[in-house]
Design a protein around this ligand. Structure first.
Ligand code: CIZ
Ligand code: SF4
Length: 319
């Protein structure tokens, strides 16, 4: 409505005034994704969010997503101001992998190469040899495996299991999970597939193995959006956060997208898969940070220096 238009105009003006670029994840509110697009910012997965921040000339990055994304932006761009609409938006994978326990786990397995998912704190990244996202995890693990390296993987065990079975690498897994993807249910998905036999099933590998097994395409958010445009199917069943539908519908406007069913709500569930932390980003708190310049991300300089090494390896590997 009119209020939303006013908010958007004010945000656009302040982005210019502050020399700020908006970087939004695919799982955030479509209002934020479209604002990022309209203002020359970026809408993408965590790998491309990280890369964009480093390539863009803006002196301030406003990261709409969860905390690890803001931290990654700051680690890669210490000279830039990194703001987030909220500093409270965490991730169950980050929460489930505290740095002291993680360090002890690594210390107990000194023979293993430490590979961590981007969905971790700066302190956990600082203990890692490699950082990966779901877009590049399999390639990087294959590469390490080909060099005969044994891997310690954290924190998402579903993604870890998926990569282990795809690559055959020797992987010791941390026991973490994503509260959003963990809720997808194989039986209900199978029932839905029977209702729509023409549909292609797209699954993010943070989902349980039984759900992954039913997929036509398994991949990162970017990969799933690409599959939605490239596959000939007219209909898709999608097992990832529903924020992704904004970009899928934009990329393939004539296709039909159906949410994969989550726990307890059966095959007709709509908008069940929504990350509560991604959902904490909105137009109001975005405007507030641009007005006040608060909610700034800080990373301890020592941690930052160490975390930059495995993050830099990922960006170099995927260049
Ligand atoms: O589940 C997440 O938080 C994802 C998919 C992050 C990413 O790699 O973009
Ligand atoms: Fe973390 Fe899952 Fe939310 Fe992504 S969707 S930020 S992995 S809790």
């Amino acid at each position: 409505g009119a209020d939303t238009q006013l908010l958007r105009q004010r945000i656009k003006a302040l982005l210019k005034e502050r020399d700020a670029a908006l970087v939004a994840h695919y799982y955030t509110d479509p209002e934020l994704q479209s604002l990022a697009e309209e203002t020359g910012g970026c809408v993408s997965d965590s790998l491309e969010m990280a890369r964009f921040g480093s390539l863009h000339a803006a002196s301030t990055l406003v990261v709409c997503g969860v905390k690890f994304m803001g931290e990654t932006a700051k680690i890669l761009n210490p000279e830039k101001t990194v703001l987030m609409p909220t500093l409270e938006a965490t991730c169950s994978l980050d929460i489930g992998c505290p740095d002291d326990e993680f360090t002890a786990f690594c210390d107990a397995h000194p023979d293993r190469t430490v590979v961590v998912y981007a969905n971790t704190s700066a302190a956990v990244k600082a203990r890692a040899d490699w950082v990966v996202t779901s877009s590049c995890a399999q390639e990087i693990v294959s590469y390490l495996d080909s060099r005969g390296e044994k891997i310690l993987w954290a924190p998402d065990r579903h993604l870890g299991q998926y990569i282990q079975s795809a690559t055959g690498a020797d992987m010791l897994l941390w026991d973490g999970s994503c509260i959003v993807h963990e809720e997808f249910k194989a039986q209900a998905l199978d029932d839905l597939k029977a209702l729509y036999p023409d549909a292609a099933v797209l699954v993010h590998p943070e989902s349980p193995a039984a759900v992954v097994e039913l997929a036509d395409v398994v991949g990162s958010t970017s990969r799933l959006i690409q599959a939605a445009t490239e596959l000939p199917n007219q209909r898709f069943i999608v097992a990832t956060d529903s924020g992704i539908f904004y970009k899928m519908k934009q990329s393939a406007p004539n296709k039909i997208f159906i949410e994969a069913p989550t726990a307890g709500r059966g095959a007709t569930c709509r908008s069940c898969a929504q990350c509560p932390w991604m959902g904490m980003n909105g137009l109001e708190n975005l405007l507030a940070v641009l007005e006040r310049g608060h909610q700034e991300i800080e990373v301890d300089p020592g941690v930052r220096k160490r975390a930059l090494v495995p993050l830099g390896r990922m960006l170099d590997f995927t260049r």
